[in-house]
Design a protein around this ligand. Structure first.
Ligand SMILES: [Zn+2]
Length: 350
């Protein structure tokens, strides 16, 4: 054929394509070798724009084969994709890296497997992430971050025994996991309770260790024994109880002798008793003042729970944050809104 252009079946085409990959790889390696700490993220972003959008794992594999030095570069690319929330593309690069690494490069393989675990966690594939972290730990057993992550996932999946095992390994490595261990042991001991009374006595013994159990205890007491709840609240005044008190139906008689200002504030704001106690919670005092002077406005309180460490919101109180795993960082956010008693409007919002 006398064409000026190369036919794709021509052997020369393959050689030229290979040379092109080589030159791209060299160029990229040169570019990235010049990267300094400052402004690195910006440059990686620029690089990502240049990299073909439809790059598949095989392209990365070719790049690695042609230019082994591109390992570091591709690790950065994978991390940049991860940080940018493109988990699918990040996964492809990490899988290519894992494929390329020899079985003897244990530390690097463990690192990549941990990253794969992170991607699966972010994508909601918890079983896969457990497998990836476990594989990573089988290569490098003393990997504290993988142990901590695997423990968090087991906790999320309510597999408390395994979560505890991972924490014990961390404690053996010298990390202080006492609070988290105590929490998990508490949850496990509650599971062993055969009767309601047994459950209540376990909860009572756990109350002092953290607010999570104190809240559970109060919640149950308010259902079964409000006098005892009042007694409990006389000794324990805490804003962490506000949503529970607000959402409960409080019996005026049981709380008549309770000097807890939070309880008094709630009773007054709900119109159960009269008075103008300063509860110490601004929003509660405002709702109380509004219900006294303008009850037709139907002011109500709303609650959200936020992690003080990462800012993630939750609809319920938590001991460990589902997003960042921080413990004891739950803050009750109180808001004011207009009361809606219309059940149908609630249903419509679903
Ligand atoms: Zn958090």
């Amino acid at each position: 054929m006398g064409s000026l252009f190369l036919d794709y079946r021509d052997p020369l085409f393959g050689i030229m394509a290979f040379l092109l990959i080589l030159s791209v790889g060299t160029l990229l390696a040169m570019l990235f070798s010049k990267l300094k700490e400052s402004g690195e993220a910006k440059r990686i972003k620029r690089f990502l724009r240049k990299f073909p959008v439809d790059s598949e794992a095989s392209d990365y594999a070719k790049l690695l084969e042609a230019h082994p030095g591109s390992y570091e570069l591709l690790s950065k690319v994978a991390k940049a994709h991860f940080d940018g929330g493109d988990y699918e593309r990040s996964l492809k690069v990490y899988l290519a890296l894992l494929e390329w690494l020899s079985p003897f490069e244990k530390a690097k393989r463990a690192e990549v497997l941990e990253k794969l675990g992170d991607i699966y966690t972010k994508s909601g594939f918890l079983q896969r992430s457990v497998e990836a972290y476990a594989q990573s730990l089988s290569l490098v057993a003393r990997n504290a971050s993988a142990l901590s992550k695997i423990s968090n996932i087991y906790e999320k999946r309510a597999d408390y025994e395994k979560a505890l095992e991972a924490l014990e390994a961390l404690e053996e490595m010298g990390f202080d996991e006492k609070r988290r261990s105590e929490f998990l042991q508490g949850i496990l001991s509650l599971k062993t309770a055969r009767t309601f009374d047994e459950k209540m006595s376990i909860l009572a013994s756990l109350c002092g260790s953290n607010d999570y159990f104190a809240r559970e205890y109060l919640l149950e007491l308010l259902y079964v024994d409000q006098k005892k709840a009042a007694e409990f609240l006389r000794q324990n005044s805490d804003i962490h109880f506000l949503d529970i008190l607000w959402n409960a139906t409080l019996d005026k008689e049981s709380f008549a002798q309770c000097g807890n200002s939070l309880v008094k504030g709630v009773l007054e704001a709900k119109g159960v008793s009269s008075g103008s106690t300063e509860s110490g919670v601004f929003e509660l005092d405002v709702v109380s003042a509004v219900s006294r002077s303008r009850p037709e406005l139907k002011a109500d309180l709303s609650f959200e729970f936020v992690c003080k460490k990462c800012g993630t919101l939750d609809i319920d109180y938590f001991f460990s944050c589902k997003c960042c795993g921080a413990i004891g960082e739950c803050k009750v956010l109180v808001g004011i809104l207009k009361q809606t008693n219309d059940a149908s409007s609630f249903l419509e919002s679903w």
